[in-house]
Design a protein around this ligand. Structure first.
Ligand SMILES: [Zn+2]
Length: 346
């Protein structure tokens, strides 16, 4: 039979592999989801109308989640609005807020940072969230993108350490987002659908520069605890993340939206989770009011299942491959699921 010509966007191969697959609908231990969104960052300015807080708490609990950490770029009155929206579920929803880094060149920036962080802490905030807008979008007064290791940011990391606030950064994005969007790009389908996600533009920091800045920030602020989201920014290269974790005891990572990466290198990933079992935090990037799917996360961490989808869509959103479980031992699983987060006071 001659093959029918099929274009890439029509291609929907169905796996014929037949292997045993253990179902995991509930996690083996209670879970703290370190990486969720209940505010404007993902849901937009009208977020308060987009979900009912009591119903959301119920939905997360039903999935086996005992607490979530809500990561938002809010401060001042916006922080108040967010805390009011999640009230009275502040025990279930731990909030991280931020500071306005675009005020960097204003006189009194240091005072502003100290005041904002002290106020946030007083309102129950447990940590700070920074996003890729720093480094990749926000420019200073001379039009330069603000590097993560910019000495003007030092006041933030120092104040966080002093106030006992942990700092979570979403620094880069997948390496492929920094490469040309062509036939060699492993995230081609995604980038051709959402061209805005490409950072392959002149004038922007390269992925390698961002990683150097990230490392310098962690190295130069040993008293500050940094959680580098999304597998430490570089889950495509766990050897590299492993070296950072070995070198910098103040560095942690979360696994949010990266089981597609961890799960396509199961032998390396399992060794990585074993070695760094005290520094890896569970997270997903789930957002209030939106569909979420914890099952592949639990399946990846708990089972030895082979070649299963990491997402529910017909075409996997983060590359056309399947993942493999790493069957973590209970003692490691407990740390990743909740003990490490609790140790950080989350
Ligand atoms: Zn996120």
């Amino acid at each position: 039979m001659t093959a029918k010509s099929v274009s890439l966007n029509e291609y929907r191969p169905r796996s014929e592999l037949v292997v045993e697959r253990k179902a995991v609908t509930k996690p083996k231990f209670p879970v703290i989801d370190m990486h969720t969104h209940f505010g404007p960052l993902v849901l937009g300015e009208n977020y308060t109308e987009r979900y009912d807080t009591a119903r959301e708490v119920e939905r997360f609990r039903a999935a086996g989640i005992k607490r979530v950490v809500n990561l938002e770029l809010v401060w001042g009155a916006e922080l108040d609005r967010l805390l009011e929206k999640i009230h009275p579920y502040g025990d279930f929803i731990t909030t991280f807020s931020s500071v306005d880094v675009s005020r960097l060149d204003e006189p009194g920036f240091e005072t502003y940072v100290l005041r904002t962080l002290t106020e946030a802490k007083g309102k129950g905030v447990r940590g700070l969230k920074f996003w890729k807008d720093l480094s990749l979008a926000t420019r200073d007064e001379i039009g330069k993108y603000i590097a993560l290791d910019d000495p003007r940011l030092q006041v933030i990391w120092a104040a966080a350490a002093e106030l006992g606030l942990v700092v979570l950064h979403h620094v880069a994005d997948p390496v492929a987002f920094f490469k040309p969007v062509d036939q060699y790009n492993e995230r081609y389908e995604e980038l051709s659908k959402v061209p805005d996600w490409s950072f392959c533009r002149p004038g922007l920091y390269s992925f390698e520069q961002l990683m150097e800045q990230q490392e310098a920030m962690i190295r130069d602020n040993p008293g500050t605890t940094f959680i580098i989201a999304h597998g430490g920014s570089y889950s495509e290269n766990l050897g590299c993340v492993s070296r950072w974790l070995d070198e910098y005891p103040n560095m942690y990572i979360d696994i949010a939206a990266r089981i597609n990466e961890f799960g396509r290198q199961p032998y390396t990933a399992r060794r990585f989770f074993e070695r760094h079992q005290d520094r890896i935090l569970f997270g997903t990037d789930a957002a209030a009011g939106c569909a979420f799917n914890y099952q592949p996360y639990f399946e990846f961490l708990e089972t030895w299942n082979e070649s299963f989808p990491y997402s529910s869509g017909e075409i996997p959103g983060q590359g056309r491959w399947r993942i493999y479980g790493i069957g973590l031992d209970d003692s490691v699983l407990e740390k990743v699921y909740y003990k490490n987060a609790e140790r950080l006071g989350l």
